[in-house]
Design a protein around this ligand. Structure first.
Ligand code: NAP
Length: 286
């Protein structure tokens, strides 16, 4: 990596940002495309968020990502919010353009792209989403926008799945949305796709599963947005049943690629080999 006077800084702000895989993904893309850019992480305190943004403007930072816990909080400091980020109610990507910070969200689109890349189409599908946190919110809204026929939201705290169901129905009146307690999962066997958006099964609790996979036929596609471990027990159980599986690493890489497309404009031909990225991230995660 050749850093010189003209190197552009891109970064992630959040708290905590320790062990984020974003620098590895973005710096890999910069390197293989000979882009004079570097990506770093900054741990930012809540009280400093506004000042950090002002400093970014002064320094001419052209783009950055936002992670937990600032994806919602940052919106009030931005000059414009793109339509999709407004729909998803959160921002994970910011671009500096013509003196303005513009907020975007690539989480939902990153997930949907991982389905499409695996040959799975969303239109008219019946989808079971487990969890009602930040990840579930972005994904469920995007699935609704992408033409899903029915979305069933199951969560431990039923109030949260109820609120998310209400938000989806409010924005997409023509879609059928149900919500229930996660414990009632066995009533929802007839679905095309199931997505785990809870943190159940995430390292270090890798022996846990959100629900019993044996209730579904082997035609159901099983997704998990957890990427540590790369293959959760939930996915391993599905694989044993010969079900198609999609892991969280695909979403993570796709949302990063989509951020770069926003920063550098979609027309720029950026070479990316997702399998190569997965290959080296494997060593960082496992
Ligand atoms: P979050 O906002 O904190 O939501 C966590 C969800 O998990 C909530 O629905 C919560 O239920 C549920 N949950 C947690 N522990 C549970 C338990 N013991 N029993 C039942 N439900 C439980 O987190 P998030 O940001 O959505 O992230 C969730 C997971 O997705 C994490 O593993 C994260 O790393 C991963 N993720 C991956 C990507 C990616 O790019 N691949 C992106 C975002 C997130 P309650 O509402 O009842 O608390």
């Amino acid at each position: 990596m050749n850093i010189n006077w003209n190197t552009q800084l891109y970064c992630l702000i959040g708290n905590p940002i320790e062990k984020s895989l974003s620098p590895e993904i973005h710096n890999y893309i910069f390197n293989i495309n000979n882009m004079n850019c570097i990506y770093m992480c900054f741990n930012v305190e809540d009280n400093d968020l506004h000042q950090v943004l002002d400093t970014f403007k002064i320094l001419g930072i052209k783009g950055f990502n936002v992670t937990i816990p600032y994806k919602i909080h940052i919106m009030k400091y931005l000059d414009e919010i793109d339509e999709e980020a407004r729909l998803l109610g959160a921002v994970n990507t910011v671009k500096y353009l013509d003196g303005k910070f513009i907020g975007y969200n690539t989480d939902g689109a990153g997930f949907v792209k991982s389905l499409i890349d695996s040959g799975i189409h969303i239109k008219d599908k019946k989808i079971l989403v487990l969890g009602a946190g930040g990840g579930s919110h972005a994904i469920s809204m995007k699935l609704a926008q992408s033409g899903a026929k029915q979305i069933i939201l199951l969560n431990r705290t039923i109030e949260k799945s109820k609120k998310l169901a209400y938000n989806i129905s409010n924005k997409f009146g023509d879609i059928s949305v149900e919500y229930d307690d996660l414990k009632s999962f066995s009533q929802y066997t007839d679905v095309d796709i199931v997505v785990n958006c809870t943190s159940i099964g995430m390292y270090p609790d890798t022996d846990e599963v959100p629900i019993d996979i044996s209730i579904f036929s082997n035609k159901t596609v099983v997704c998990d947005i957890i990427y540590k471990p790369i293959k959760t027990k939930f996915l391993k159980n599905a694989e044993k049943k010969n079900m198609k599986i999609i892991g969280g690493m695909d979403m993570l890489i796709n949302q990063a690629i989509l951020s770069q497309k926003i920063w550098f404009s979609v027309d720029k031909n950026i070479a990316i080999n997702i399998d190569e990225i997965k290959g080296f991230l494997h060593y960082s995660v496992e």
